[in-house]
Design a protein around this ligand. Structure first.
Ligand SMILES: N[C@@H](CCC(=O)N[C@@H](CS)C(=O)NCC(=O)O)C(=O)O
Length: 221
């Protein structure tokens, strides 16, 4: 039996969604975030040394890293190729690109945006103005322009197409769902094609079923 080690409000929601799309049986082991630091609990380190989520266990196999989990599950449970375009096709090249891009390029910017969004509440009063200036400079000079470039690129890509690879949902869309949901809550700007895309994936029955299985997920919006 596949066990998804699922951290609340996290990227691992995508793995539940994929399993629902594939119609595969699985168990969810839920982990709560620390209420103050929002970090994962130490028990996750017993599953994988990095202590991050998602991680799945499947018999003797332990698989971490969302993109690798998506590939593993599609290899094992999608013999009809419903969620991965045929090797060698143009759609497959897009599939592979977006499957790597989401965690490799977009998520690091969004995580930094979250971290540099404000100064830590316990910052001593004396250095608050300096801390504020650093946070403001990183945001204005690096994060906001880079996020604008990336989101503009994605907005252009999604204009005139429903999904990232070919004309149907694929594992690449499942990977891209979390960063685009996170961008909706963390990055400014108006991106109508991205908004429509996120609404399209959130309306899928498998996506909604996965939300019921996963519990708290504060990124909807
Ligand atoms: N690139 C990794 C990122 C894993 C990751 O950082 N997960 C976050 C959840 S969104 C986590 O476990 N955070 C808790 C922590 O760092 O303590 C993946 O996609 O699997």
């Amino acid at each position: 039996m596949i066990v998804v080690h699922h951290l609340e409000h996290s990227r691992s929601q995508r793995v539940l969604w994929l399993l629902e799309e594939l119609g595969v049986d699985y168990e969810v082991k839920r982990y709560a975030r620390h209420p103050k630091t929002m970090l994962a609990p130490p028990e996750l380190k017993a599953v994988h040394p990095l202590g991050k989520s998602p991680v799945i266990t499947d018999g003797d196999a332990t698989v971490a890293e969302t993109g690798a989990i998506i590939e593993y599950l599609i290899d094992a449970h999608d013999s009809a190729g419903a969620l991965r375009p045929a090797a060698g096709s143009a759609a497959f090249a897009d599939y592979r690109y977006w499957l790597h891009y989401g965690e490799g390029s977009l998520m690091p910017l969004l995580v930094m945006k979250l971290i540099f969004g404000s100064i830590p509440p316990k910052t001593p009063a004396l250095i608050r103005p300096i801390a504020k200036a650093i946070v403001g400079t990183v945001g204005k000079q690096f994060l906001d322009p880079n996020l604008g470039t990336h989101l503009g690129f994605i907005e252009n890509t999604l204009q005139g197409r429903q999904w990232f690879a070919g004309d149907q949902l694929s594992g690449a869309d499942i990977l891209m769902s979390f960063p685009l949901e996170a961008a909706g809550t963390r990055a400014g700007g108006s991106y109508p094609a991205i908004r429509a895309y996120v609404e399209r994936l959130q309306s899928r029955p498998a996506y909604r079923k996965a939300l019921e299985r996963g519990g708290p997920y504060r990124l909807l919006g």
